[in-house]
Design a protein around this ligand. Sequence first.
Ligand SMILES: C[S@@+](CC[C@H](N)C(=O)[O-])C[C@H]1O[C@@H](n2cnc3c(N)ncnc32)[C@H](O)[C@@H]1O
Ligand code: SF4
Length: 375
Amino acid sequence: MSGIYIHVPFCKRRCGYCNFYSSTRLSLKNDYLAAIGRELQMRANYLNGEPVQTIYFGGGTPSLLQPTEIQTIIDTIRQLHQVSDTPEITVEANPDDLTPDYISQLVQTDVNRLSIGIQSFDDDYLQLMNRRHNAQQAIDAVKLSQKNGLDNISIDLIYGLPGSTCKYWKRQLDTAASLNIQHLSAYHLSYEEGTAFAQKLHQHKIAEVSEDESLAQFNALTDWAQATGFEHYEISNFARPGFRSRHNSCYWDRTIYLGIGPAAHSYNLLARSWNTSDIAAYIKNVNEGKSFSESETLTPSDIFNDYVITALRTSAGIDMDYLQREQPKQMVDYLQRQAESFVRAGQLEYSANHLKLTHNGIFVSDEIMERLIVG
Ligand SMILES: C[S@@+](CC[C@H](N)C(=O)[O-])C[C@H]1O[C@@H](n2cnc3c(N)ncnc32)[C@H](O)[C@@H]1O
Ligand code: SF4
């Protein structure tokens, strides 16, 4: 099984917190579409004939592509690969792109899952984040998509926003629950260098929430998930039973994936590669048959570390049987020794021969991962 990721590197304007690669040069859209068609052809053998189970249009802002343009890309993929009979095909969308006209065209395509970047249902916070939409547009976008038959909808929300309180965050979660969505990605705000938020933080125009506040909001999130029947299956991801993101699971289950477009990453068990994060250079080099990516062969430690980091993020945790069967003994022994103090501190636990983060461990997961990986 395999997955295909298409990076759509356009945004109408940049949000204050975001450092994902995108450009506001929408005039490059047609050249970009031609170039990704070419890249799909050039790299058709990358997946070694493995059937494609998931296709994911991520951004940037994939909903800046017309539904017909999205379908053309899916058709090209179908010509080049064997796509499974029941693929998951997701498009990330910004709420204000989801107009009645857009949605009615989108449901004519093979897309069967929407991931809507809502971030907040509060107009003041949406403004602070420099989002294009308001709270009502976000609610309308979800309802209209559902009315048109889209029944696998995920939304993104951000918590830990400057000045936010638990009361504010619970209100966001209650609104999300009232919308009858199938999946929630809830990310704690991170201040990324080069963003407007990081700049405002350095200038003391905004302040980080305290650790206690962060923890309280995280606890409110997991309580909410339990009360509403959402499975907390990865640090930032929650799903109704049967609606976990199969695309995300690719990354966690060591499934091979092909990433197409500027800044997209690919992985084939032996090496990972990443395309240039420069849309103009990407288009030019694809057209001229020149290199547009870099790659590195994975060492045994890379493979071990990638597995540990990704598995630890999931509710299943690290499969110790798999480690003992397939990974170098000295690395597994090292991990078990390093895990001991976290197990004693109640931050890691063994269950059915899986090593997992406990509720308390999730909050210090970065530090734990740092200590478990091999040098
Ligand atoms: C790359 S964005 C693409 C989604 C789409 N363009 C949108 O804005 O709705 C994917 C998600 O990452 C999250 N995200 C991006 N930067 C973040 C940050 N610095 N801290 C927390 N979440 C972030 C947001 O929730 C966003 O919806
Ligand atoms: S959050 Fe989405 S719309 Fe905003 S800058 Fe990032 S990719 Fe673009």
